[in-house]
Design a protein around this ligand. Structure first.
Ligand code: ATP
Length: 275
């Protein structure tokens, strides 16, 4: 569905932010996009949304380059950016003006989500807090039912109850055939939500695997000496570790541990997955 091939990108007069990036994003998946500060997550998401153009290589949605910004392509992509400005209008007026750009927009879904987020259609957007504005945009983004839904740090600005509300809404409200990309540092907020992990480091994609394959091949937890070879460990012996799974019972993927492990032991972890 969304194909990124041999993509390079740099801002004017700056070094490369992205180099030789290859990705193949498929419908029905929720991708977690991780990377340290400044590794290019927002840049990649903006390229996917057709807001920035690659220096070389391609980013295609269903064989059409997003940089061409054709209406047919743009009506199938929605981006919830990290920072944004919304007009000083009641939420319902914002919906009426903007929903017409998205042929699969569902009013019912949008107003249902607003209710879930305890917002009223008559609320004037300019009077809302940043977190509440973000909820308006998240609800709107989900209700667009676009083929691609891109979310850059969606839980940034949400309070603790709203973060679990976000997970609940995402799990139940998103179309199961959609392709969703969520970039965040708050890996715990994506717990039980994503089913594919992408990690950017040093301008490159260094990890790109489905959660199912990760949990099939890696073991996460506090290891004892007889359990086998530790690939990555945090703290002294007995700290949280990643092991090759072999005959060990399946464990839940610890996203934070995986992220730290991949940054330190990129090759060994990728090898353990490909064995
Ligand atoms: N408009 C811009 N002009 C020049 N350089 C930029 C611009 N926007 C971002 N950069 C640089 O590009 C690099 C990647 O930035 P980007 O915002 O994509 O990273 P990120 O992974 O999303 O970071 P964070 O996790 O901090 O949000 C950084 O070094 C940043 O300084």
């Amino acid at each position: 569905m969304l194909q990124v091939k041999n993509l390079d990108f740099n801002y004017p007069n700056r070094g490369f932010v992205l180099r030789s990036v290859d990705l193949e994003l498929k419908p029905g998946n929720i991708y977690g996009l991780f990377g340290k500060n400044g590794e290019g997550k927002s840049t990649l998401i903006k390229i996917m949304a057709g807001l920035l153009f690659p220096k070389s290589g391609i980013c295609n949605l269903n064989h059409t380059q997003t940089k061409k910004r054709s209406p047919k392509t743009l009506q199938e992509i929605f981006l919830v950016p990290e920072n944004f400005e919304l007009p000083a209008l009641p939420i319902s007026t914002f919906e009426k003006i903007n929903s017409s750009f998205y042929p699969n927009f569902s009013n019912e879904q949008f107003y249902g989500l607003l209710e879930e987020f305890q917002l009223h259609p008559s609320n004037k957007i300019s009077t809302l807090s940043f977190g509440q504005k973000k909820k308006v945009l998240i609800a709107f983004g989900i209700a667009t039912n676009t083929k691609i839904l891109l979310m850059d740090e969606p839980t940034n600005g949400l309070d603790i109850p709203s973060k679990s509300q976000f997970r609940k809404v995402m799990a139940s409200a998103v179309d199961k055939g959609q392709c969703i990309v969520v970039s965040t540092h708050q890996v715990r907020d994506l717990h039980s939500l994503i089913n594919h992990v992408i990690i950017l480091d040093n301008s490159k994609v260094i990890f790109d695997h489905p959660l199912e394959i990760i949990s099939k091949n890696l073991w996460f937890g506090r290891a004892t000496q007889d359990m086998g070879e530790v690939i990555y460990s945090e703290g002294p012996f007995g700290g949280r570790s990643i092991l090759t799974r072999k005959n060990l019972d399946e464990t839940e993927v610890d996203l934070e541990l995986l992220f730290n492990g991949v940054l330190q032991e990129t090759q060994n972890i990728n090898q353990a997955i490909k064995k």
